[in-house]
Design a protein around this ligand. Structure first.
Ligand code: NAP
Length: 260
């Protein structure tokens, strides 16, 4: 399917690898110019070079921390004017026991996974409204629908973003500006492998056994691939998704079972 967004301009945050990279690649494959971002310059530049060379789109790489005021300003400046598509993403908070978390830990999680996307939305949304096109996708987590006990900070911070977006999405939809959330289940990224490792250390069992159990428990009998996540993102960013508003789309192989 032609997504109808060739020549558009996107910011994809936290996109040197993992789910953000999957989204950036799908947009590049559909002719979208990109501002990509992550903190580690060499990994980011390697991914940006690959997408630029493979798809022939303009790719600007901005090595900065998207959770800081200055980092967001750098990324927005690199976009040079109106942004058509914004994919919000950042690293997820660490797992643990809430008794060990201090206010600073909570503030970091809320900043990264709630306030940072809201600040970026605030920066880009009015020009989107003026031009009657905008697509905003927030990468959140399956934990929004099915909270994961050991990821309490993620559960809490993402719930805040989800509630905010539910309201704003319905205020801007009339202008052909959509905001939706994409909820990953388990995808093959450094993040999920880190979580398997952390469980392995806690439970005293090999990480590959924990991973095999996760695969066996999924209706697809596997962990997701980042391009599959990117393809779902591509549709939400497409010209054809203007009537998909304020949704929380689970991409989890059917792991979460609910009839509504
Ligand atoms: P990942 O493979 O570890 O990739 C994270 C990406 O974000 C990297 O490019 C990383 O690069 C960048 N990043 C992290 N913090 C950043 C910051 N402060 N500023 C700019 N870039 C930053 O992680 P992932 O699995 O793709 O996860 C992405 C998001 O989805 C996370 O919030 C995660 O919690 C959530 N999620 C993932 C899964 C899963 O199965 N993978 C499931 C549910 C939710 P640098 O480190 O160089 O900055």
């Amino acid at each position: 399917m032609d997504l109808g967004i060739k020549g558009r301009k996107a910011i994809v945050c936290a996109s040197s690898k993992g789910l953000g990279l999957g989204c950036a690649e799908e947009l590049a494959a559909n002719g979208v110019d990109l501002v990509m971002n992550a903190r580690t310059a060499d990994v980011l530049n390697a991914s940006a070079d690959r997408l630029r060379e493979t798809y022939g789109v303009k790719v600007t790489a901005v090595a900065t921390d998207i959770t800081t005021v200055d980092g967001r300003a750098e990324v927005l400046a690199a976009a040079e004017g109106t942004v058509d598509i914004l994919v919000n993403n950042a690293g997820g908070p660490p797992p643990g026991d809430f008794r060990d978390w201090e206010m600073d830990d909570w503030n970091a999680a809320i900043n990264a996974n709630m306030l940072t996307p809201i600040e970026l939305i605030k920066a880009v949304i009015d020009p989107m409204i003026d031009q009657r096109f905008g697509r905003i996708v927030n990468i959140t987590s399956g934990s929004v629908k099915n909270p994961i006990p050991q990821l309490g900070m993620s559960n809490g911070a993402r719930a805040g973003l989800t509630g905010f977006v539910a309201g704003l999405a319905r205020q801007v939809a009339q202008h052909n500006v959509t905001i939706n959330n994409l909820l990953p289940g388990q995808f093959d990224t450094d993040r999920i492998n880190g979580l398997f490792k952390s469980r392995s250390e806690k439970e005293g069992r090999p990480a590959d056994v924990i991973r095999a159990e996760a695969e066996a428990a999924n209706p697809c009998r596997r962990i997701g691939a980042i391009h599959e996540f990117g393809q779902a993102c591509g549709f939400l960013c497409s010209a054809h998704s203007g009537y998909v508003v304020g949704q929380n789309l689970l991409v989890d192989g059917g792991a979460f079972n609910s009839s509504h």
